[in-house]
Design a protein around this ligand. Structure first.
Ligand code: FAD
Length: 380
């Protein structure tokens, strides 16, 4: 019998648990540990902020989903891991405990390094959890006059919600005949579209922003925020009445100081095995791959890790190979942009634009939620 521990109840952890429950015999024990019993569907948080969906549409109870699949679920904080002794230290309230394992899939996502931006906590909104998205939504609903700055900090690795927020805000103001009273500016350390590694996306984005009179200010790596101004590392400043920022990302703290990370992200190979230790795999935002951090990457990595872990338990060589690609839709109504790009090769990317992609993104999300959670929502 093998004891398999999965850390993290997000995209990577949930799909890894689902796949392992399908692939491993009942004699093996699968346990998932996460700090909250609720899975959060992050890509819907912009829609939540703009009142286009409800809280129960973006959160799902993991215990029900896991019980359906014979996975033990422990609601606890992962304090640290010891991949050499194969033990994980967890904390629940005052109580600390150690969980031994034979195999582990690490899927604790990313940490928000808000401490790197002075004043962030006091003066900036963000969209990276349900409560903050709702809070930002309230601020936006009450905003009728002035300047909104939407900013990507250096190291944020998640450009989609930046553009989606700007488009959603412009659309709402247009519908309310308030567009002329509000100035919208996106600030970024990079040139437009460069986060996606494709100049065609940059051109399409710029045209779409122009159509909605949204300004884009490149070369603005935010360093500090005060009540009404954001300052960049290179000495520039911009005033705002409302600020929403994507903070810098870092890898999950629990994996640090074990010799398995570079710049806090976990080093894995194409089979999703952690380099330098046995019996450990890592998937999702926590891994050290280039490009943006995205949910569809976590899902594919979880598929690969689960297949290879099941093979390893059965005494076989890895059977699945991860290919690092970007597949995304930036939602903006008729201006929605679709991009498919292979990050590890120089293959030309596929870029499309139109309302269809907005619809396709929602349809794909609905399909995924239904398949993964059997739509057992919790009641708020
Ligand atoms: C606003 C927004 C919009 C997005 N839009 C898109 C999009 O359109 N398309 C796309 O592909 N991606 C999108 N993403 C990115 C996508 O959501 C992430 O890439 C994805 O969630 C990563 O999955 P993960 O499993 O690695 O991490 P997460 O989903 O972050 O899961 C990590 C899990 O680990 C738990 N955890 C963390 N630390 C601990 C700890 N110490 N102890 C116990 N539990 C812990 C967390 O509670 C969570 O359950 C978006 C993200 C946001 C925030």
């Amino acid at each position: 019998m093998a004891k398999v521990l999965i850390l993290g109840g997000g995209f990577g952890g949930v799909v890894a648990a689902k796949r392992l429950a399908e692939q491993l015999g009942d004699e093996h024990q699968i346990t998932l540990v996460s700090r909250s019993r609720y899975f959060v569907f992050y890509p819907a948080l912009v829609r939540l902020a703009f009142g286009k969906c409800e809280q129960e549409d973006v959160s799902f109870d993991l215990r029900h989903a896991m019980l359906d699949r014979r996975v033990n679920f422990i609601e606890a904080e992962v304090a640290r891991i010891d991949p050499y002794k194969r033990k994980v230290t967890i904390a629940h309230g005052e109580v600390e405990g150690k969980l031994p394992y034979d195999y582990m899939i690490f899927a604790l996502g990313r940490r928000l390094a808000t401490e790197r931006i002075s004043g962030f906590y006091e003066h900036a909104h963000h969209l990276l959890n349900v409560d903050k998205a709702i809070r930002f939504g309230k601020a936006i609903a009450n905003f009728h006059d002035g300047r909104v700055v939407i900013g990507q900090c250096a190291g944020a690795r998640l450009p989609i919600p930046i553009y989606e927020t700007a488009f959603a805000l412009a659309k709402r103001l247009e519908e309310n005949n308030e567009r002329e009273r509000v100035r919208i500016t996106i600030v970024s350390p990079d040139a437009i579209g460069s986060e996606f590694g494709d100049s065609d996306v940059g051109i399409k984005l710029q045209k779409a922003l122009d159509r909605h009179q949204i300004e884009f200010l490149p070369d603005f790596p935010i360093e500090k925020v005060t009540e009404h101004a954001a300052m960049s590392e290179n000495g520039r400043a911009i005033n705002f009445d409302l600020l929403m920022l994507m903070p810098p990302f870092r890898g999950a703290s629990a994996a640090l100081y074990q010799g398995i990370t570079s710049d806090a992200y976990i080093n894995v190979d194409w089979s999703m095995r952690v380099i330098g230790v046995g019996g450990m795999y890592a998937v999702g935002d926590c891994v050290n791959f280039p490009g943006p951090k995205m949910g569809h990457m976590a899902l594919r990595q979880a598929d690969v890790a689960a297949a290879n872990l099941a093979a390893e338990i059965g005494g076989h060589e890895p059977v699945a190979h991860y290919e690092h690609e970007m597949r995304l839709v930036i939602e903006g109504g008729g201006d929605s942009i679709y991009l498919h790009k292979d990050i590890w090769t120089d293959e030309p990317s596929n870029v499309r634009q139109g309302r269809f992609w907005s619809w396709a993104k929602r349809a794909q999300e609905k399909y995924w939620e239904t398949a993964t959670f059997n739509i057992k929502k919790f009641q708020v």
